[in-house]
Design a protein around this ligand. Structure first.
Ligand code: ZN
Ligand code: ZN
Length: 407
């Protein structure tokens, strides 16, 4: 990949994303075909005086062969060394950078129940690790670079899909700015202002409606707090967990969603596509669902555990965000979730509840925070979406009209 891109990418990810400190370890998850990205990140990390850099290589072709040939019993047996290696990162205060660049069709033809069983086993085995990640026990960041198959899926008619996707990533990650680190600092301020506005109103619930059939209210957790791009880790240092990011988000109350919500974009889950789906909630729980495509995969997702029937996140993004304006479907949640308002099935982020670090798990559940081994975002924002925030005294504050912020 182009040297100039790699340098800007690595520096921005390490300074703004994980906020790597001197004498700190860094773990990178990287597709094996993108070793130049891992090398660039490692070089940049040592320029910032990192302690050590570990890379875990990923290869979907090998994963696919394993899913097709190994039996479910073997696939669900998560080795202890793997679990230990993840817990080690938390214990030793590493920061964690994952490069998400999956081919959305990688696991086509693999029985969804096999994928679901393996995902469930992994989620269970790594529960402690994921808990640390989601409560900001470590600083972490998810980013993307184009891989061959992913780029081909996004730009099937292009002569050079990888390069086209690279240009789009450069733009949406603000790497085309003269000083991307400064551009990010400015962007973070804008998003923080929106979060402050929402926090100042302390809404009891949000009401979503649009013309494709969404009529849905989502109650918010007691003592919820809206969070934007920049979060604080348990060690007090700021970091940005997703790059790019355009969202402000908070915790829905696990018992208080009602009505029907329609998907606005396809969802790529475990290498399979779910599209044209609809979920109906009562008392926070999915009581009915349908899908034009990928019904079985959706069913497996919803039935993963008792928490995947409920919501763990609600996030607001206007239709004029740079990603939304690109009108490109990325088949990658990191980008697609920033093109549209979304909600997530599964685990809620403890950090979206005030003073969560002082609260037990039981206390968080009592405030309404959902728990699960999964957290899967899907898009619900259409160009005509209307959102009102409803306060405790039942007054409505218009937040979105025609798919965009009006505050
Ligand atoms: Zn989100
Ligand atoms: Zn999410």
């Amino acid at each position: 990949m182009e040297e100039n891109f790699l340098k800007k990418f690595a520096e921005t990810v390490l300074k703004i994303g994980v906020n790597l400190q001197e004498n700190q370890g860094l773990e990178i998850i990287c597709p094996v075909e993108k070793s130049d990205v891992a090398v660039a990140l490692t070089e940049a990390a040592y320029r910032l005086n990192a302690k050590i850099v570990n890379v875990r290589w990923e290869c979907e072709s090998v994963d696919r062969l394993n899913y097709l040939n190994a039996d479910t019993e073997t696939l669900t047996d998560v080795p202890k060394w793997f679990i230990d290696s993840k817990n080690y990162l938390v214990k030793k205060g590493f920061c964690y950078c994952a490069i998400a660049a999956e081919d959305p069709s990688a696991f086509l033809g693999v029985p969804p129940e096999k994928l679901a069983a393996a995902a469930k086993a992994r989620g269970k085995a790594l529960k402690n690790f994921y808990e640390s990640v989601m409560s900001n026990g470590i600083r972490w960041c998810v980013v993307s670079v184009p891989t061959k198959n992913w780029a081909k899926k996004v730009f099937p008619n292009s002569v050079d899909p990888e390069n086209e996707l690279l240009g789009l990533i450069e733009k949406t990650m603000r790497l085309d700015a003269e000083n991307p680190v400064l551009a990010w600092e400015k962007h973070i301020k804008t998003l923080n202002k929106r979060a402050e506005f929402l926090n100042s109103h302390n809404f009891e619930y949000l009401h979503f409606t649009n013309s494709i059939g969404t009529d849905f209210t989502v109650g918010l957790c007691e003592d919820h707090t809206w969070i934007s791009a920049e979060e604080k880790a348990k060690d007090g240092l700021p970091f940005v967990a997703n790059m790019p990011t355009e969202e402000v988000f908070t915790a829905p109350h696990r018992l208080k969603a009602k009505g029907t919500v329609k998907s606005a974009m396809p969802l790529c889950y475990e290498g399979q596509i779910i599209d044209g789906f609809s979920l109906t909630f009562k008392n926070g729980k999915i009581v009915d669902f349908s899908a034009e495509k990928g019904y079985d995969t959706l069913k497996h997702l919803i039935e993963t555990d008792s928490g995947t029937r409920r919501l763990g996140e609600v996030a607001l993004i206007g239709k004029n965000s740079p990603i939304a304006k690109s009108k490109v479907l990325f088949f990658n949640t990191l980008f697609d979730e920033n093109a549209s308002c979304h909600i997530a099935l599964g685990k809620g982020y403890p950090t979206t509840v005030k003073n969560s670090e002082t609260l037990s798990k039981k206390a968080l559940t009592k405030k309404g925070l959902n728990d699960s081994i999964e957290h899967v975002d899907f898009m619900i924002g259409t160009a005509d979406l209307k959102i009102d925030g409803i306060k405790k005294d039942k007054t409505a504050v218009p937040l979105f009209r025609n798919g965009d912020w009006i505050i």
